[in-house]
Design a protein around this ligand. Sequence first.
Ligand SMILES: Nc1ncnc2c1ncn2[C@@H]1O[C@H](COP(=O)(O)OP(=O)(O)OP(=O)(O)O)[C@@H](O)[C@H]1O
Length: 326
Amino acid sequence: MADVIVHNIVKTYNKGKVKAVNDVSFEVNKGELFGLIGPDGAGKTSLFRVLTTLLLPDSGAASVSGCDVVKDYKRIRETVGYMPGKFSLYQDLSVEENLNFFATVFKTTVKENYDLVRDIYVQLEPFKNRRAGKLSGGMKQKLALCCALIHRPTVLFLDEPTTGVDVVSRKEFWEMLKGLRQQGITILMSTPYMDEATLCERIALMQNGNIMTIDRPDTIIKQFPEKLFAIKANDMGGLLNALRSNSQVKSCFSFGAFHHITFKDSYGSLKNEIITGGQGPGPFENAARYPQAAALLHALQGAGFKNVEIKLITPGIEDCFIDLMN
Ligand SMILES: Nc1ncnc2c1ncn2[C@@H]1O[C@H](COP(=O)(O)OP(=O)(O)OP(=O)(O)O)[C@@H](O)[C@H]1O
């Protein structure tokens, strides 16, 4: 059953000049962990603000736990939890005071719902008298999550909860979300980090106010339409230029230690073969099977590149995102 229903929502700013959310529709099932994945400016915050009744949509309809975001806004405010992207707790109040404050606003007590936040709050307890403004980024994030949960929401909206947080805290945060899902809370979270996409049950890839695709992360990856290769050499800057001007290369993007490329010829009968895993580092081996990759290797070596390495890889969500954008 759908807990969040979004139907043709449009949200514009500046008298329609900026289209932040462009006719977006999707549903989030009860108890699901759903990710809205997209870069800055994609429209994630605007959509969250519509769903949490902080902004009115220009058109379209949406409901959360059966309540309409316009007509039933009071009910939604009582039943959902919202952790905004910007830290929005009271910096001058202590950890404990912030939590008590949010519990009181929602006409409940910390004691009443402590079981829901206990696993998170125990990590904050040693600092319970510290002012929120003096907490580390990871601790602020945990406190904000506790405050968003303290009234036992049915749906939790988390707007970029891991942005600007260190890697260890990000990992811990995802562990906490798994725990919350076991409690049956529906979670809708947004993130600009593509690597977090695979931690969600389903994701929507969003760009310029539009949803490009919605599905399970592994399904989106399987739908990547080409063979993808990772390539590196001694001169990565020169390699990028060489690849982008090579007539056989269809797309080329820099991905950390490698560049990712696809070829114009998708290898005919191999096109629909599912790639099950990366083939590990090492020189490109199967020249007969992938003649264009072998030819490219040869051409690059001929052009003076050293230590050229090409390997067939499984695409990641970022590869899929770039492919859908083009
Ligand atoms: N109050 C506003 N007035 C005018 N334009 C706005 C306003 N808020 C957002 N926008 C614009 O709407 C578009 C979508 O912004 P939004 O904040 O919803 O995206 P986002 O994906 O959450 O990105 P970010 O992480 O940067 O917040 C952007 O072009 C942004 O500049």
